[in-house]
Design a protein around this ligand. Sequence first.
Ligand code: MG
Length: 435
Amino acid sequence: MQDKATRDWAISGLRGSLVGLAAGALLALALAAAAAPPPPEGAVVLFDGTDLSASWYGKGTEPPQWKVENGWAEIVPKAGSIRTRNAVGDAHWHLEWASPAAVKGNGQGRGNSGVLVQGRYEVQVLDSHGNTTYADGQAGSIYGQAPPLVNVCRPPGEWQSFDILFRAPRFQPDGSVAEPARMTVLQNGVAIHHDVVLVGPGSNKKRQLYRPHAVEQPLSLQDHGNPVRYRNIWFRPLPPAGERRDGSADLARLRAGLDSPRWPVNAPDRPQPAVVEPGSAPRPETAADLPGDAVLLADGTSPAAFRDCQVHVVWRLTGPGDPAATVWLPGGCPVHLVRGRDRLLAGDRGPLEPPPAATGEWQRTDILFRAPTPAADGMPPLPPCATVLHNGIVMHDATTFPTDAAAALPAPVRVAAGEGVEIALAWARPMDQNP
Ligand code: MG
């Protein structure tokens, strides 16, 4: 699938860019990364550090009783959970949180809170830095269902980010599930879930099944009795998912139990995810500060082979002309960072919404790739798919590639940059599934 011209770009483009990389481009990027990035265009800001009462409720319809100071909101134990005034359906949620710097308690009692999307699908907030608990209850877990793929928890007191891409479940008039909820999560810029099919709401000790509800629901932040802090909370509605894998396959797998966890809820012996240093956040832009399990694509090709993986590219246009740069995912699935001035972030299928114009500014693109799943147990095969964020905006949400990649996997990732594109940094890391 990779043509010769593209291979040639890979060599000339990346070699050329390494000069720029050494000449201080990365220093500028590192300085720019010191401040949290502003919310992207189209985001609805729910907490900018000054006031919770405009966008949140506390108990009933009372204003929240959490402490707001220094640009953050801190849970006042027993003041209760808070919930958004907005009811939201499919959305990209962003927030930052910090567990208390003064460590108290252990297990579920240390820095516990939670992001309850739609008031019921919980992404766990917990101090999981050197603090062991059951795998499906640690920081970043989809509580009671899916442990994070890796543990990228920062030390207590440090700010960490969640980016949660959520597709709300849909129900039939008779109350049965038409489409289950799906979630993709990045913690500190590292993918910890990709397009996970939820089996129902989060629940403690015992599985809870779906109960029908409206597509749009408020989000809650949990008071679990620990003074966890939050800041920079916004959401951005997601456009319809577009060409992604057939939802009926999700449902068939859900009904067949294939996407149900094989482990009981909160099983203490479920294997723990690997601990991985997340690198700096906002995104690391120096080659010395990648996620701990990432490899640099120094000559355009990853030195390791992958199936499911995350690829991060920092790039910019350097002049007029007909720029071109493509990421070739394992097996040969392409995501075009730019292909002529009118095609940005397309695979063989266009992005979900018009991407922002590429300029000479540095662009940051994250690609989460899932390799094809073969047919098994009477279930249809799942084609390969990719989720793409460009400068923090979701451009593809588990968009499928139309052709099944025939190449043997695992395989390397390649980045090919042609004339008019400079690549400052490209890395890839595995996203191996949990047991
Ligand atoms: Mg919790």
